[in-house]
Design a protein around this ligand. Structure first.
Ligand code: BES
Ligand code: MN
Ligand code: ZN
Length: 498
């Protein structure tokens, strides 16, 4: 797809359709609507008057008109963006994506979008990111009935903006949008194709493309490092575990000396539950149990392209959780890299077992801030549904920063508490800790306090994305399936850390 930035003449863009943001309850008297109203023979007035579109986010109305003079387009799409006072930069991508999906369905190949948001780089970046992520479909493995319509050109128009700002925004929006889709593609991969070795190979290839260093630790190496917790999860699998380590080092760092941010992800390529086998119904969903790892890979991909001025490392524990004659049993005791002993009372609480060694490794590599992400608990889905990612941590400032970045990027994070009292609940009778807490109590927090045991001095936050990493339904701006949640918020954290 070709992307262009336009700083003035929206109606004269060389495209088949124009799309414009419309606020809730808006009258056609606004200056920029007036001109378009004239162009369409008063259709904006009549459409708004008839309440065919009220301007709620996701609303659209398509108007057709006869192009005249220097105007080439023959269609105008009104795209609702909700209340004007609530219109945030994150609404731009949703609106652009909504327009892109709608117009693609109408067989339109090219369109220009006027977000009606003051700014430059950021506006273009959000619009382009929204268009790119809107085009992702789950049809990779279809041989027929594939989505065969595609857009060839998108023009983002920002009145009075600087052309070079728009150019930069388009480049960054492309980097971010494609990285989100990279993550979504991984999360959607069937587990027979995307096993740990394949996940590592994809990481390796991606790292080469965007200029990151990539190292993959095999089981022998992990054994030497003492990662008995992580390795216990892959015992029952024919697929060897891989620890994927990505490193981004800026040409010139603005980080305080010694500061290093680590992104750590759960990459369970399939979670059967192990010997604590999950029920068959719905088990297929567990292919997405590597979404945390995929999020780390996508975020690192974007970082490689955006080149921020702080160093970041990404650590992904890629493991398959299977039942087998060699698999871990409930009541096994293993020793993690930091020397702590763990009584495995449920082999289905495997995410925390692999993250234990992954976060300890990140800290050993020098991380001073660690953000881990994982589809860790079913309990977070019950607590927060699909609208908020559960967030917990040992440093309120880091947690607040992630929540604030999420607000800005339109991604919800909701904090759950940690405390010494909760930590007591994972004390084991025979080892240091056990991998589950009391039945039916604070399941999401139990996962977090477990991981906390493997963080030493680093500031740490844990994101439980089990409810937000997968969307069960299609949205106006997005296909159903993997969402790529948290990538944009994490990139904002990185941007603000510079
Ligand atoms: N991958 C699952 C979490 C999950 C469950 C995500 C359902 C999405 C839907 C995780 O490994 C798991 O099985 N967690 C257990 C923990 C329990 C055994 C303490 C859970 O949530 O049931
Ligand atoms: Mn599990
Ligand atoms: Zn799992």
């Amino acid at each position: 797809m070709e992307f262009q930035g336009l700083t003035g003449n929206f109606t004269e863009a060389n495209v088949e359709a124009l799309a414009i943001a419309v606020f809730k309850g808006e009258k056609p008297s606004a200056a920029d609507l007036k001109e378009l109203d004239k162009l369409t023979g008063g259709q904006i007035t009549s459409t708004l008057k008839s309440e065919e579109i009220k301007g709620d986010a996701g609303d659209v109305a398509l108007l057709r008109f006869t192009p005249k003079g220097s105007v080439k387009a023959s269609r105008l799409l009104l795209v609702g963006v909700g209340d004007q006072k609530d219109y945030k930069v994150s609404g731009i991508g949703v609106a652009a994506g909504t327009a892109a999906r709608y117009l693609r369905k109408c067989n339109v190949k090219s369109f220009a979008f006027l977000p009606r948001f003051n700014g430059g780089e950021e506006v273009a970046r959000e619009a382009v990111q929204g268009v790119i992520t809107s085009q992702f479909e789950l049809d990779k493995y279809k041989t027929k009935d594939k989505n065969d319509k595609s857009l060839s050109k998108f023009v983002v128009c920002v009145d009075g903006a600087n052309a070079s700002d728009l150019k930069k925004g388009i480049a960054n929006g492309t980097a971010i949008g494609e990285s989100i889709n990279f993550t979504r593609d991984l999360a959607n991969e069937p587990p027979n194709i995307l096993h740990p070795t394949e996940m590592a190979a994809r990481a390796m290839k991606m790292a080469k493309e965007v200029g990151l260093k990539c190292e993959v630790l095999d089981e022998a190496k992990m054994k030497k490092l003492g990662m008995g917790s992580l390795l216990s999860v892959s015992l029952g699998s024919e697929q060897p575990a891989k620890l994927i380590v990505l490193r981004y080092t800026p040409a010139k760092s603005t980080a305080k000396k010694g500061d290093l941010l680590a992104l750590v992800g759960k990459g369970i390529t399939f979670d059967t539950g192990g010997i604590s086998l999950k029920p068959g119904e719905g088990m297929d969903a567990m292919k997405y149990d590597m979404s945390g790892g995929a999020t780390v890979l996508g975020t690192m991909r974007a970082i490689g392209l955006l080149k921020p001025s702080i160093p970041v490392i990404g650590v992904v524990a890629a493991v398959e959780n299977m039942p087998d004659g060699r698999a871990s049993r409930p009541s096994d005791v293993v020793t993690a890299m930091n020397g702590k002993t763990i009584e495995i009372l449920n082999t289905d609480a495997e995410g925390r077992l692999i993250l234990a060694d992954a976060v300890a490794y990140a800290e050993q590599q020098g991380a001073t801030r660690i953000i881990d992400m994982a589809t860790l608990t079913g309990a977070v889905i019950i607590a927060l549904g699909d609208q908020n990612t559960g967030i917990m941590g040992n440093d309120q400032e880091l947690v607040n920063e992630i929540i604030a970045c999420g607000k800005e990027m339109g991604e919800g994070f909701w904090q759950l508490p940690l405390s010494a009292e909760y930590s007591k609940q994972i004390r084991s009778d025979i080892a240091d800790i056990k991998n589950i807490g009391p039945r039916g109590k604070a399941g999401t927090i139990m996962g977090a306090v477990f991981i906390q045991e493997f963080v030493d001095k680093a500031k740490w936050a844990h994101l439980d994305i089990a409810g937000t990493a997968w969307s069960d339904g299609v949205k106006p701006h997005r296909a159903k399936g993997p969402t790529g949640v948290a990538i944009r918020s994490l990139l904002k954290v990185v941007e603000r850390s510079q």
